[in-house]
Design a protein around this ligand. Structure first.
Ligand code: RNT
Ligand code: ZN
Length: 426
């Protein structure tokens, strides 16, 4: 271990120890947390199934940084690079369009066999997998509707796709011995003020009932539903709103997915966790960063990220919460984007775990709000960085910004040698 890291760690341990925190134990607990890293940051949500389709559904990737992965092998290589710079063992979150096959197959016909290479790779790397049906970037979603489409044939296509996706999720879970979360998000909505707000919601409810009809082993697959309240092209009305999915999820025992970017600009998901947790069997998080809108910027160590982490730790929600990332920035090195988002998420969890929760709670209960504020503010400058550095060193990943040099070297050796985006080299 580098000079100074161990010594700083020991000093930090003494300081936290005064508040009764066992820092070694904290690091053991941190190592058990898996964060699901979203594959789609690696290639701007293009996937491999129908790469000629433009990205639709109101999700937009801006930027043209060189080196986006064009094949499953390239994406896996990039994911491996990123994971080598992130402490811990984690999961990869796949979308249906990332099927790795030479077969010409449409979304409603997908099967586990189209993902065999991902499973083999995940086994070899010791990773878990999560999954998502891709209800966008397809000719059948061109008018902005999928599971709530008024045309029964189109609706059926998306129902079949979501059913197929759950089976792929269960296959991941069974093969890897780790539960897969299959998350349904659809873009359905209207740009302008609708007349009938209920019809599409009734159709979505019925379609979901159909999708989830088949019971799957919850040890292998858990279903989640993701809401939003507005989007590009669905500014006036979103079928799968927060209330819709909160109702559906609670009534049907589904995980409710909260995406940090899917609410009104000052509405924070951290504040929702303690309420939702009392009524749901679990929560899926899409940790993201909205800048003025649902812009999906790279996750940084901002107040909301720390509040999310604090809520999970203070209320013991880590066992029932599935933490995933969801952002896409093509204006910077895509591997750096992953590493920054993952390291920040883990670092925020560590900071939260280094808080003297019980002391703070008892001060609050005693009504001593002066001490509560004073302590919470002082704790902000406690040396969590020394603990984080030690953790990275112990986990054999680069300490502090040392990882950046590795990303730059990889960019030079691998990424810039890739051709223009869109040129697929098999
Ligand atoms: C879109 C949702 C959704 C997607 C991914 C690609 O607003 O956040 O989770 O970002 O499925
Ligand atoms: Zn999301």
């Amino acid at each position: 271990m580098q000079n100074g890291i161990e010594a700083s760690y020991q000093e930090a341990k003494t300081l936290y120890g005064k508040h009764g925190i066992d820092v070694d134990q904290v690091l053991e607990n941190l190592a058990k947390i898996k964060v699901s890293m979203h594959c789609w940051q690696g290639d701007d949500v293009r996937g491999f199934l129908n790469r000629d389709q433009e990205l639709t559904g109101g999700i937009a990737v801006t930027g043209n940084y060189p080196g986006a992965a064009r094949t499953a092998d390239e994406l896996r290589q990039d994911l491996e690079k990123a994971f080598s710079l992130i402490p811990g063992k984690h999961k990869v979150n796949l979308h249906a369009i990332y099927a790795d096959t030479d077969e010409k197959v449409d979304l409603d016909q997908l099967e586990p066999k189209h993902f065999e290479s991902w499973v083999a790779w995940a086994k070899e790397q010791g990773l878990g997998l999560d999954f998502n049906p891709t209800c966008f970037s397809h000719e059948k979603s061109a008018d902005g509707f999928t599971l709530s489409h008024a045309d029964p044939a189109i609706r059926q296509f998306w129902i079949d796709h979501c059913k197929a996706s759950r089976k792929i999720g269960a296959y991941f879970g069974e093969q890897l011995g780790q539960t897969c979360v299959t998350n349904v998000w659809i873009p359905d909505g209207y740009k302008d003020i609708p007349v009938d707000r209920m019809g599409p919601r009734q159709r979505l409810k019925d379609a979901l009932d159909e999708v989830f009809k088949e019971e799957l082993n919850p040890a292998f697959n858990l279903d989640a539903v993701e809401s939003k309240v507005f989007g590009l092209g669905s500014e006036s009305y979103v079928v799968g709103s927060h209330e819709f999915y909160m109702g559906y999820g609670i009534q049907n025992n589904k995980l409710i997915c909260l995406d940090a970017g899917h609410f009104h600009p000052t509405e924070m998901i951290s504040g929702k966790l303690s309420a939702l947790a009392l009524f749901t069997k679990g929560i899926l998080l899409h940790v993201s960063r909205p800048v003025r809108w649902d812009s999906d910027h790279v996750v940084i160590m901002d107040d909301e990220l720390q509040d999310i982490a604090r809520e999970l730790v203070r209320h013991n929600l880590l066992d029932t919460t599935h933490i995933g990332l969801d952002f896409f920035d093509a204006s910077i090195n895509r591997i750096a984007a992953w590493v920054i988002g993952m390291r920040n998420t883990l670092k925020a969890l560590l900071r939260a775990m280094l808080e003297p929760t019980e002391t703070l709670k008892s001060i609050e209960l005693a009504g001593d709000y002066t001490s509560r504020l004073a302590l919470m503010e002082e704790l902000k400058s406690y040396p969590f960085g020394a603990v984080w550095d030690y953790y990275c060193a112990k986990q054999n990943v680069p300490v502090r910004e040392e990882w950046l040099a590795e990303v730059k070297a990889y960019e030079k050796e691998v990424l810039v040698k890739r051709g223009e985006q869109g040129v697929v080299c098999k």
